[in-house]
Every structure is written in structure tokens, then in C-alpha cells.
Design a protein around this ligand. Sequence first.
Ligand SMILES: [Zn+2]
Length: 214
Amino acid sequence: MDCFFSVLYSADYKCVLCGEEAFDEKLLCGSCFKNISLCKGEFYVEKENLCIKFYSVAYYSKSIKEMIIRLKYKRDFLCAEVLGNLMYNYIMKNNIKFDEITFVPMEKGDLKRRGYNQSKLLANELSKRIKLPVKEYLEKNSKTSDQIGLNGKMRWQNLSSAFTACNEKAILNRKIILVDDVFTTGATGFYCAKNLISNGAKSVIVLTAAKSSI
Ligand SMILES: [Zn+2]
């Protein structure tokens, strides 16, 4: 029997966070998985006569926080796989419907410095599982200042003209899911969604891996 199981688990999956054995391709061990606090259901951001529906998979704490930090700052792309898988499961569980996947863009200089856009990596992971291609529908303008150090109102102002839709023809009448890593004030997701809608999208749902309370 021992021999049978060692063959069965020969792929030797290790937890991306602690290195303990993870018994399947989900790449998280039982205890790192257990401390994830999942969010329940949708929530809305209403502003400027527009109401946008948001979903976040889990609260920004413990394993989820650690994976996002590793993905964003330590080039740990296995974390994108784990988060993408959690996002996929969340979509299935909540029966979220859409026909296109896009992501929150980064400003060109920032993208060059980091070398990758973590939201796009999450969108790619989702795309693999859902079998829909990832579309580039938005650009981030270079004049936006860093959100760090700004208060809530200033963050909103700073982002109000930060995004531009870049493929109006393809956007027309599409139901789009917009992927981002963390929900903080909702300003980023809101203005991306607003841009897509004002350029003809039928609907936009924002999905983030994590929700932070500031
Ligand atoms: Zn672990």
C-alpha cells in the first residue's frame, strides 16, 4: 500500500509557502490553505452615477497576503498559479458569467522596472483554466502619480483619468471580467470598468485575488 501511494504522489508537490508536502497540484499544504479567509459574495462600488460589481476571493491576510507579496515583489510565479486556481474555483462556485478576460494594466515605465504585470499573470492563469483568451483592453497613462501616501479622496482623483481603453471595436457589447491583485479603495477597478463601459462594453465585473481593509 505504501508503495502504491508513493507512486500516486510521486509528482512530489510542495507547498509554495512553507515547503511542506502538498498532496495535489494546488501547491498549498493543509495548514497554509486553512488560514485563507474567503470573502462571501459580491459587493458594489457606486460613484459618478455608475455601479460596478466586485468580487474578491479572500481577505488580504496570512497565506493570501504572503502569496501576493511574493508574486509582486519576489518573482514567485508559482504564487500566480495558486492564486489563479483559487480565483477559478471562486468563479465556478459563484457562477460568475462573462465572455472576455482582461486585466488592470501597468504604466509602461513601471512594467519595464518590474518586468511583468502581476494582474496579467493572474488573468493568464484564469485563462488557462477557463479556456478564454486574455485581452488587452486598457492602457495606464504615464502621468498618474504613485498611490502610496495618498489618502482615499486623493487616490480617487489620481486615478480618475489614469486609464484609456485601447480596442473599442473589440470591447463593444462584451461582458468582461477585469482581473486585479488587490482591492483597496476600489478606485482602480472602478475607473478601469468605467472606461470599458463608456467604450461600449455591455458589462464589467471586477475580480481581485484579495480584499484589503484600509
Ligand atoms: Zn504550507
